[in-house]
Design a protein around this ligand. Sequence first.
Ligand SMILES: [Zn+2]
Length: 72
Amino acid sequence: MFADEFGMNEPKNFLSPDDEHQPVLEDQNHCCLCGTELVFKHTVDYATLHVQEEAECPACMIKLKPKNFLLQ
Ligand SMILES: [Zn+2]
């Protein structure tokens, strides 16, 4: 005789998503030095499908590190 009761009442330990995570608001549109709105330049290299994003502050005349990302 086999009791048909195994495997049916096991609690499911599914992972609860961590909803506490809140992304830090990164202000990437304004100069970190003076707060002036940055001027963005995007250069697309269609040969490699890479986009280079350059940010420049017109007030400080500084250029931020260009970011490269891949077009999808
Ligand atoms: Zn600035």
